[in-house]
Design a binder for this molecule. Sequence first.
Ligand code: AMP
Ligand code: MN
Ligand code: MN
Length: 321
Amino acid sequence: MRNIEEVLENVKTVGIGGHVRPDGDCVGSCMALYLYLRENFPRIHTDVYLDKMQPVFSYIDRIDEIKHEAGEEISYDLFITCDVSARHRLAIAGEYFDAAARTVCIDHHVSNAGFAEVNHVRGEVSSACEVLYSLLDPEKISRSVATALYTGIVHDTGVFQYSSTTPDTMRIAGELMKFGFDFSRIIEESFYEKTYVQNQVMGRVLTESLLLLDGKCIVGYLKKRDMDFYGVEGTDLDGVVSQLRLTAGVEVAIFLYELKPQYFKVSLRSNGKVDVSRIAVYLGGGGHVKAAGCELNGSVHDVINNITEQVVLQLQAGGEE
Ligand code: AMP
Ligand code: MN
Ligand code: MN
């Protein structure tokens, strides 16, 4: 696919969906595509479906139009997923995806094997927003679309810091900046700023973290009863694993929190020596080389043991080279 218009021929209804517990890139890419279609193809009926998200993205236009429930009976001519690495990761709108006449997947996860009819997956690109930008006509991008795209690029590059950031990423971000939105505020308020409780939880996880494998691996965890005590949910914990990773000497950071009794959401981050996507895929999840995730059953210690075993294997293999 070279341009999104290629898949819009004879299409009267479009559904858009992102992954569970949407992050900045997921919200940004889904909203950018939604706004682009609404503004440039008003004759197409377009809906966007996402799980409930953090309130920090309220500056994105029409964000209140997101459907958080799959209530309507409608079968779309076309369903497009953004930032979704596998069919089971697609939130709430899974049935619409399955029932759609045609499906398109726009993504940047190396673990994405292609689950739609048309798969536009660029594993080397920083963000789904950057992939999406290359499919849009620059002349048709508005300030609203630019704001959403910029948000996703900022979030998935850790504010242009991660190694997935390329000269193209910077060039595109520069093009988007020309629209004159308040980029400092977007970065500060949607990426860095945390609520008091989020910071408290971060402090607690850091205090109770475990340093394993001669300091090469750090593990933080949060049980359901502690999440209930603070009144936090999964999306409140964005950023915890990145902070763990910033510990000197650490190669891999692991953060787990309990979704339901003895069932954990696991986030993995690597400084490069270990491919955490491989570990996540092995354990039924997916992601990128330096950032990946999966969901596992068992006690905190079972989960830690299962993952660190895989980390050790890779560290040993690397040491022998
Ligand atoms: P997270 O740790 O949730 O921030 O996710 C890190 C990266 O891995 C993101 O790009 C996610 O989309 C991806 N990811 C997380 N969990 C899974 C999963 N269970 N299956 C596939 N990809 C995942
Ligand atoms: Mn994402
Ligand atoms: Mn992404």
